[in-house]
Ligand binder design. Structure first.
Ligand SMILES: *Cc1c(COP(=O)(O)O)cnc(C)c1O
Length: 226
């Protein structure tokens, strides 16, 4: 059973490890932001994290976030919630209204619709471009060959605010090379944000330059297996 104290403790412990990893990597000037991934977790548990001072959250489904977050945000207006799961174009408007950033932008059609919807809603939120670093068939994300052109489309043609690159390395690979490749690519393109690293590999991600790590299990406990 995960409860109040253990969530606060986990957050503290993880933040300490992030800071150590930054130090070990010689990143004196900065730290990496800790995102609490609250997918499949109920509002009362999320509220424990909010009470412990956590402000950055990630959700992977629009509908689920719509059910939980409006009430939580009313109570904790400083909370910031990012969409980190795949986004269908018919949910783009709901996503723009609800989220503070969208980290899963990975195709021209979606980018175009997001740009239009943000304009119509008068709400320009940052996006991350999701990169399919392992070039996996079933996985979301832009492949490296298409990335430069897609970045240009987002930033120059559509005027989207590209805050960073995001990746989810293949489950069975060593994540290090994927993190390193994403970091090199972001540097080459002059992109500052790097959303990479989860419960099992966030220290490595920080070592490789992550500016934001996304942790669910190690904060809230295991999720039910689907
Ligand atoms: C679920 C999820 C996470 C968190 O994974 P954990 O292993 O529980 O830390 C991070 N990023 C994305 C995109 C996710 O869907």
């Amino acid at each position: 059973m995960t409860h109040h104290k253990s969530i606060a403790k986990a957050l503290n412990l993880i933040q300490g490890r992030i800071d150590l990893a930054c130090e070990a990597a010689g990143r004196k000037d900065e730290t990496a932001a800790l995102m609490a991934v609250s997918k499949m977790k109920q509002a009362p548990l999320i509220e424990e994290a909010l009470k412990a001072g956590q402000r950055l959250f990630g959700e992977n489904k629009v509908q689920e976030a719509q059910d939980k977050w409006p009430a939580l945000k009313e109570k904790y207006p400083e909370a910031e919630v990012h969409l980190i799961g795949p986004l269908q174009t018919n949910k783009a408007r709901a996503a723009v209204r609800l989220f503070d950033a969208i980290q899963s932008v990975d195709r021209p059609k979606l980018a175009q619709i997001l740009a239009r919807v943000m304009e119509e809603e008068g709400r320009k939120i940052p996006i991350y471009i999701q990169v399919n670093t392992g070039e996996e068939e079933q996985k979301a994300g832009v492949v490296f060959d298409a990335l430069d052109e897609f970045y240009k489309l987002c930033r120059d043609d559509l005027g989207l605010k590209v805050a960073g690159l995001m990746c989810i390395p293949p489950a069975n690979d060593h994540p290090g090379p994927h993190f390193a490749l994403l970091k090199r690519t972001a540097d080459r393109l002059g992109i500052a944000g790097l959303s990479m690293g989860m419960s099992g590999d966030y220290e490595q991600a920080v070592w490789h330059g992550a500016t934001l790590v996304r942790l669910g299990t190690s904060i809230f406990g295991a999720r039910p297996k689907l």
